[in-house]
Structure formats: structure tokens, C-alpha cells
Ligand binder design. Structure first.
Ligand code: PLP
Length: 314
């Protein structure tokens, strides 16, 4: 919970990916932050946990799927801070490596039925959970709230501190809290693009405006959501995405995962290929981590370590 350490930036090499050079891309590698759950979730949780500890709460409950990066990070960070964590997981899901990690870090995993899971936002249901597990703070699924936005503003600080002019900054979007933090924190003069990981999430723009408001923040840069790169829907993979991900990893020494980061890199690739964006523009892509989720895709090697080929540290 101290000042943001200097974050690792990385320049892609000139090796083309499926015929397209991507050497105008710099990557902010939150996947390289260290700790048990590197990525954007640590930023989203930071002030949430601080607030909890200040209020003397020692138990926190949240929701997610069986591969949730949010629950994975909450279990990791909760253990570091001596908090009791409870992960409420949508039923019908199998045992996963994510749930194994979370349990190993002390999270109590509770599976509930799909119909109960639909009630997760209801006050009455949350009261029932608190009765069952004892007094606890409840974080929304994905951890999207005002504290998360404030935490993600530190990602923007690191980009601003770099003092480099980026024409465009890209970030993958689920709930939109990370994008909201960037929109509020980035210095004017760049354009921010969120790449939606979900199909048909047409209300995302409104959601982001409303979490900015909750956080008493306003966007300082123009931002928009790219809706056409979900590749079949949340956590789905189509042939194009799979081919791109494998070709990208063969050319560049950065690992991606199919749910969020591969879709963002694929969006940049397509925008460059189709010349919507010039290859002379400076792009910054925020790699939000989530590499633990690779283990859910048998066609990927599950390791979160970087590959060997190419690339230069900038
Ligand atoms: C959760 C997550 C996101 C989306 O963040 P939001 O703040 O929910 O939009 C992006 N990338 C990764 C790897 C994530 O785990």
C-alpha cells in the first residue's frame, strides 16, 4: 500500500505478426509486477483493502467464475494482508487451477447455484451471506467501484511519469473500472481505447460514466470502446484470435491470455492492418496480466513465464 513502484515498459520488436509490423507498440507490463497475482486487479483492490482495514473489518467476500482473475488476486492480496477471504463461485463450474491457488492462499470457496448467483447484487442476498459467514465486507464481482477507479489512476500516473507522447493508449475492458481510472488519470493529449472482452456490451459506456461519477472523477482524455474484437464473447476464442495469439507469441517475447489481453493486441493488430491507425503512431498497450487463466485453455501452455524470442527492454 505504498507509492507505485516504477512499472516495466517494453517495446515490441520489428518481427511482423501475421504479416503486420507492430514495432510502434510499447507495452506497460502489469503482468511483470511480481507477487502471486500480477496485473490490474492489484490496483483495483488497493484502496478497497485499505478502506476495509481502516474500518476494522477482517473478512471480505466477493464473487466470480471458476477462472476469475479477481478472486485469484483477492485471495493472494488478502493473504498478504492477513484478511480472511471468501470467494463465492458460480455453480456448475469444475474444479480449476485458479480455485486450487485461491484455496492454497486461504480463501474459503463457496459454490452456489446459478440462480443464486444471479442474486449477487441484491441486498437481501448479501444479508443472507453475511449471516452465513459472519460479518464481512462485500466487494462487487470484478471489484468495480470508486476505490477501484482511484487505484487504477496509479496506472495512469506511471504512464504520465514516462513523459512520452502516446497517440493512443489501449486497455482491455470487462467491468470498465480500469479504463475509468485511466480516463481520469491520463494527461490530456492522448486518446484512450477500451477493447471490450464481452459481446454486445452496449451499456459499457454508460457504466463507465457512472463509475467515474461515483469516484468523483472526470475523464481528462477522449475515450471510446471498441466493441468488435470480443471474438465470440466473454472467454470465447475464435480461429482468428487463436491464430493471432500463437503467431504473436512466436514473434514477441510476451505472453497473452485469451480472455482480455489477446483481444486487445488483436484489436491493435487489426486496426493497423486495416490502416485505421497509421504505423507511425505511437501506441501504448496496457498488459493487464491474468496469465493464470492460460491454464484453462489446453491448446496453450499453462506457464506464465515469458518466451525466449526477440524483443528489447526499452
Ligand atoms: C479484470 C481484467 C480486466 C478488466 O478490468 P475491468 O476493470 O473489469 O474492466 C482486464 N484484463 C485482465 C487480465 C483482467 O483480469
Amino acid at each position: 500500500m505504498h507509492a507505485t513502484p516504477e512499472l516495466p515498459f517494453y517495446r515490441l520488436n520489428q518481427l511482423p505478426v501475421l504479416g503486420q509490423a507492430m514495432g510502434n507498440i510499447t507495452v506497460l507490463r502489469l503482468d511483470q509486477l511480481g507477487g502471486n497475482a500480477p496485473g490490474n486487479k492489484v490496483f483495483k483492490l488497493r484502496y478497497n483493502l485499505q478502506k476495509l482495514q481502516q474500518s476494522g473489518e477482517s473478512r471480505v467476500l466477493s464473487f466470480g467464475g471458476a477462472w476469475s482473475n479477481h478472486l485469484h488476486a483477492l485471495a493472494a492480496v488478502g493473504a498478504e494482508h492477513g484478511l480472511e477471504t471468501i470467494g463465492v463461485v458460480r455453480g456448475g463450474e469444475v474444479q480449476t487451477a485458479m480455485l486450487d491457488d485461491a484455496r492454497r492462499w486461504g480463501m474459503q470457496i463457496v459454490k452456489i447455484t446459478r440462480s443464486d448467483y444471479k442474486r449477487r447484487h441484491e441486498v437481501e442476498f448479501q444479508r443472507e451471506l453475511a449471516q452465513r459467514f459472519g460479518p464481512c465486507a462485500i466487494l462487487p464481482e470484478g471489484g468495480a467501484n470508486a476505490e477501484a477507479v482511484r487505484g487504477c489512476m496509479h496506472i495512469a500516473d506511471a504512464i504520465n511519469a514516462r513523459g512520452e507522447k502516446f497517440d493512443r493508449v489501449l486497455v482491455p475492458v470487462g467491468s470498465g473500472a480500469t479504463l475509468a481510472g485511466l480516463a481520469a488519470g491520463l494527461a490530456p493529449g492522448t486518446v484512450l481505447h477500451g477493447v471490450s472482452a464481452l459481446r454486445g456490451a452496449s451499456d459499457l459506456g454508460a457504466t463507465i460514466s457512472s463509475i467515474l461519477k461515483d469516484a468523483a472523477q472526470a475523464a481528462r482524455v477522449d475515450w471510446s470502446i471498441l466493441h468488435d474484437f470480443h471474438c465470440g464473447g466473454f472467454a470465447r476464442v475464435n480461429r482468428e484470435l487463436r491464430d493471432f495469439l500463437l503467431a504473436f507469441e512466436a514473434a514477441q517475447s510476451i505472453r497473452l491470455e485469451p480472455v482480455y489481453t489477446a483481444k486487445m493486441f488483436y484489436a491493435a493488430y487489426r486496426m493497423l492492418c486495416e490502416q485505421h491507425w497509421a504505423d507511425t503512431e505511437e501506441l501504448l498497450l496496457v498488459h493487464t496480466g491474468g496469465l493464470q487463466g492460460r491454464r484453462g485453455y489446453p491448446w496453450l501452455d499453462g506457464s506464465a513465464e515469458s518466451g525466449q524470442s526477440g524483443g528489447t527492454t526499452k
